[in-house]
Ligand binder design. Structure first.
Ligand SMILES: [Zn+2]
Length: 1058
């Protein structure tokens, strides 16, 4: 196959052989048919050919080709650029992944690769890059993990043991992930000082300082408002930790509260309407029947109309919103309206407890009344709302505003920390009835039990199964409940306490204003973050967990008032700074009571207790922007932002993107600055399997990034692709959407990378790994032929497009333009047509030097373009070109600034001419393919081409004449002649193939009737003839260009080396 390697690569069937050709290239054109040369001569001739020589191997084994460059191109490079880069500062701020488990494809690999492409591009253009990888270390998953390892329930282990184990666990996970991240080829200094963990002392202290700033600004407060509570996590959740499901099924109930017709407070009009009735009921609808035991009121809108109706089939008198009557007949059947009153008439009516039938001997702790509330609507339900302040934010606010809650204990709440009915439900049900509920989960069998009880007591009007939007715990994917949360749920030795909140209403406007200045990629993601910020009015920042940063609140034991002010925090934080934040948990309370609270004769250790709440982990990671203050320094206000770019998955709009914004806006507002945490937000999607399913353990469709890099157990099924293939995949996909990954996609990426590698290898071979042009002068543009100028022009386009695509984060565009250039412009055209000259010309011929000049520039630009995406290959090429001895030493490709191609290489006229000629080339190649398949020729050099044009075809004739000798190079045939008439010897030829083409054609529309359109291209008709070569074969270069047998062609004899 050696002859195929040299010539005739235009045939698709032999392309594959060409690709493999290098290694198998034998130095003798032995199989050339019709050769009369002796074996000795053949060897001598082929020795005189300048065949490619390079150290870059054909196939790459990632463990050998990537590993040696890792340190140089990652840690050392990061340090080098930080010391040496002269360009402006560019900060990519790393959102900390959770320190738990092996790396995943989306959250870790895709995320870090996208970041790395961005920072490497910035290094290449000379910017000074700041990138400090971090880890999020506190929080529930790690706490649960260590509890699992300790084999115990949270309540059986002392907090210090949990915290110590959690710290050790997080540390170990950080080490593991660090090792895995570095295999992705991420440019960073992975040592301790240039990475961060949210459990680092300095980090925690910065976070506490932000908290203090917010306290001083009056943004932090404490109240008993019910919070979203996740029984499955046993913790309060922030809104950011909820995910809403639209198809949650609830068994809603319509229940009738019986009015106390004898009680005082009933307004005259209503009393008149009901004077002859024995009983009347308030009809209420709720989707959470389990909250009915905690009912403390029924709310109406004072300005809505309410109807008193008679349900025909039962004779029951019901009160419902007038606008709801029509819809409610679906539930109630036929009804008769007795009268109508304003909502205000209903206010202050007293009703009997719902469960009074089963709890006759219970004296109810409250008088149950109808209350006025503006939050009641006539849009759904009955127009009357069941109120359980412990389980609903609006109910809670209503009761608080009406002054009906004196302490948190005045709220009824019968649900425990596991989401089950607690023994407290006895208070309203009595002992015997309570037995049916206690211990049952409110969202499961507890809900069913209560419906049954409602039925038994005759207050149930209807059960209705509904599908509706319901909040779930984002992490456990289990439904949550609204709950008044007390700390003694968790630590029985503590007094009841409340939650800490950050006031977002006060900073919302500033936060939204800051977002207006931020740019988003993709653009559409702006709306997502905006709406999260817009719809949030407060942020519950306290968690009843152990593994976290403490909320350093002191409580006055007797009055249960919290000490939370700037002066006290200054003292407390100075103690924590000196002794570590763990001292909050482990140290004595008197260490923290500030001097100004010490009173004569009062022992602070008895007067105060330390709070046990930890901070929401989003507050932890959200504080990370504060690390950048030291980096940006005095420039902060001028810049207006800290990080240039943050890149995270779409779930971080509710998480880290938001918590950074809120803490930064709050804290910098206090300081009178307006510095936003970031200037540009990039969002990436999830990684799905090839059929678009989410990757999950249970489905078994997970692809681990480490397996892609180092291979699976069965290397045939899961080959070791190395980091560059994975990186190329990440850069090829539209990562800003959800993307698919499977074995086929990986194999395609490996193939694309191999093509790029092979193109580089061809160039390196001809440049003799950089030696070829050491002593030879390069060639100027005006001395180059059309193909050379055309390739340089195309290279300019690649360079320009890549320079436009990188700053807009569209890496797919870069990969696409690079692959296209490599496959089409280089492999299928330029490499094919230059081989003859490169191998057979004299080493210093002008034509050959021109090609080498082009190839050298092509390689340099290609390396710069590919380097951010596939740094290992770029380094390997750079190293081969610089002929280093040790891959780990010497300069990195990134230390050489990527300069734009000089504009003089742009050559639109070359592009125009070449496009015409490439159309002719396509016709020629098709005809040659015909000749080959008819076995008329083996190599295309056995053929000549005749181009027949009329004499008056000025434009094409001019073009073809300009082409001259270049045409046979372009077609890879032995001769091309331009004639005006039928060749004379045609009849005597053993074979010919012919076709024609319109050149310089213009599109004309000649006929449009009834849209029966005739479009005609009118141009100059060029006939293309392929025929046997007229001359004899040169034994050295195999072109059919000599007049006599057994003699070298003119060019070969001039080379003079044989
Ligand atoms: Zn020759």
């Amino acid at each position: 196959m050696s002859d195929i390697w040299r010539h005739g690569c235009q045939f698709s069937s032999v392309l594959k052989a060409c690709r493999k050709g290098w290694r198998t290239f034998s130095s003798a054109p032995a199989s050339a048919s019709g050769s009369q040369s002796s074996t000795l001569d053949k060897k001598a001739y082929s020795k005189s050919l300048l065949l490619p020589k390079t150290k870059l191997s054909l196939w790459s084994d990632p463990s050998k080709s990537e590993e040696p460059f890792r340190n140089k191109s990652c840690t050392e490079l990061y340090r080098w650029q930080w010391e040496n880069a002269e360009g402006p500062l560019f900060i990519l701020h790393d959102g900390p992944p959770y320190a738990n488990g092996h790396l995943h494809m989306a959250g870790h690999a895709l995320n870090k690769i996208v970041k790395d492409v961005i920072i490497r591009y910035n290094v290449l253009i000379g910017n000074k890059v700041h990138y400090t990888p971090g880890w999020d270390c506190h929080g529930l998953p790690i706490e649960n993990k260590v509890l699992g390892q300790l084999g115990k329930d949270q309540r059986q282990v002392d907090s210090k043991t949990i915290r110590d184990a959690a710290k050790a666990f997080a540390e170990q996970e950080v080490q593991r992930q660090r090792g895995e991240f570095s295999q992705l080829g991420i440019m960073a200094d992975w040592s301790r000082d240039t990475t961060y963990r949210t459990m680092d002392h300095t980090y925690e202290m910065r976070q506490l300082q932000i908290f203090k700033s917010m306290v001083e600004a009056g943004l932090i407060y404490r109240h008993y408002r019910p919070v979203h509570y996740s029984p499955s996590s046993r913790s309060a959740l922030a809104e950011a930790e909820l995910s809403y499901k639209d198809d949650h099924v609830s068994h809603s109930v319509y229940v009738a509260f019986s009015l106390n017709l004898k009680a005082e407070g009933m307004r005259p009009m209503l009393r008149k309407l009901l004077h002859d009735k024995f009983e009347a009921h308030l009809l209420v609808w709720t989707t959470t029947p389990w909250t009915l035991t905690a009912n403390m009121g029924v709310a109406v809108h004072p300005e809505l109309k309410y109807s008193i109706i008679n349900q025909k089939k039962t004779g029951r008198i019901l009160i419902v919103g007038s606008e709801r009557v029509y819809d409610l007949t679906d539930i109630l059947g036929e009804v008769e309206e007795i009268g109508q009153v304003d909502g205000s008439e209903l206010v202050d009516c007293v009703y009997h407890p719902l469960f009074s039938q089963v709890a006759k001997d219970i004296s109810y702790p409250y008088t149950l009344k109808v209350l006025p509330s503006a939050h009641v609507t006539a849009d759904s339900g009955t127009g009357l709302v069941h109120c359980a302040p412990a389980h609903g934010a609006e109910d809670y606010l209503l009761f608080r505003n009406l002054g009906l809650l004196t302490t948190d204990k005045s709220m009824l709440c019968h649900v425990d920390a596991d989401g089950r009915f607690s023994g407290k439900v006895t208070e309203v049900l009595g002992e015997s009835a309570a037995k049916a509920l206690v211990g049952k989960e409110v969202l499961k069998d507890g809900g069913k039990a209560i419906s049954e009880m409602l039925g038994d007591t005759g207050v149930l009007v209807k059960v209705q199964k509904i599908r509706h939007r319901y909040p779930y715990d984002w992490k456990t994917d289990r439904p949550i409940i609204m709950l008044r949360v007390l700390s003694h749920f968790f630590r029985r030795d503590l007094l009841a306490t409340s939650q800490w909140f950050a006031d977002l209403d006060s900073i919302k406007e500033d936060a939204l204003k800051a977002l207006d200045e931020v740019s988003f990629f993709p653009v559409i993601s702006r709306r997502r973050l905006q709406s999260f910020v817009q719809t949030r009015s407060e942020w519950c920042i306290s968690r009843q967990r152990v593994w976290g940063v403490p909320i350093p609140a002191l409580y006055h034991i007797d009055t249960d008032t919290a000490v939370m002010d700037g002066a006290s925090l200054t003292h407390i934080l100075s103690v924590l700074d000196e002794k570590g934040t763990a001292h909050w948990w482990d140290g004595p309370v008197e260490d923290f009571v500030p001097p100004h609270l010490h009173k004569e004769g009062e022992d602070p250790a008895i007067t105060y207790r330390k709070g046990t709440d930890t901070m929401d982990v989003w507050f932890d990671s959200g504080s990370s922007w504060s690390m950048l203050r030291d980096v940006v320094g005095d420039e902060a206000e001028k810049r207006g932002y800290y990080a240039d770019v943050c890149v995270e998955g779409s779930d971080q709009h509710r998480g880290w993107f938001q918590s950074q914004l809120l803490t930064a806006v709050a804290a910098t507002k206090v300081e009178g600055k307006a510095v936003r945490p970031y200037n540009h937000l990039i969002t990436h999607g999830m990684v799905l399997d090839p059929v678009g399913k989410k990757m999950s353990k249970s489905v078994g469709n997970i692809i681990s990034p480490m397996t892609v890099i180092t291979g699976g157990k069965d290397k045939k099924k899961e080959p070791a692709y190395g980091a560059d293939v994975l990186r190329l995949w990440a850069a090829t996909v539209e990562y800003w959407n959800d993307v698919s990954l499977g074995s086929n996609v990986l194999a395609q990426c490996a193939e694309s990378l191999r093509k790029i590698r092979n193109s580089a290898r061809f160039i390196l071979g001809n440049l003799e790994d950089g030696r070829a042009l050491v002593e030879l002068p390069r060639v100027k543009q005006e001395e180059m032929n059309l193909a050379d100028r055309y390739v340089m022009h195309e290279l300019c386009k690649v360079d320009k497009l890549a320079r436009e695509a990188y700053p807009t984060y569209n890496f797919a565009k870069v990969v696409n333009v690079l692959s296209n250039f490599t496959n089409v412009t280089l492999s299928s055209l330029y490499f094919d047509i230059t081989k003859d000259c490169l191998y057979a010309d004299a080493r210093d011929s002008a034509e050959r030097r021109a090609i080498l000049t082009v190839l050298e520039q092509v390689l340099r630009t290609m390396v710069s373009v590919m380097a951010p995406v596939v740094p290992h290959l770029a380094e390997e090429i750079h190293y081969t070109l610089s002929r280093g001895d040790d891959p780990s030493s010497g300069s990195s490709v990134f230390t050489k600034k990527w300069e734009p191609m000089p504009s003089e290489w742009e050559d639109p006229s070359a592009e125009k001419d070449m496009n015409h000629l490439l159309r002719v080339r396509t016709v020629v190649l098709n005809l040659l393919e015909k000749a080959r398949s008819n076995k008329s020729i083996g190599s295309s050099l056995e053929a000549d081409v005749e181009l027949v044009l009329p004499e008056d075809a000025a434009e094409p004739l001019d073009l073809l004449r300009r082409g001259g000798d270049f045409l046979k190079t372009l077609f890879i045939v032995s001769d091309v002649s331009i004639i005006h008439e039928e060749p004379e010897d045609r009849a005597s030829l053993s074979w010919t193939h012919e076709d024609s083409i319109e050149l310089f054609g213009k599109l004309f529309c000649v006929h449009l009737k009834y849209l029966d359109i005739d479009l005609v291209i009118l141009g100059h008709n060029l006939r293309v003839l392929v025929r046997p070569a007229k001359l004899e074969k040169c034994p050295r270069c195999w072109t059919f260009t000599r007049r006599e047998k057994d003699k070298l062609c003119g060019r070969c004899s001039e080379v003079g080396e044989v």
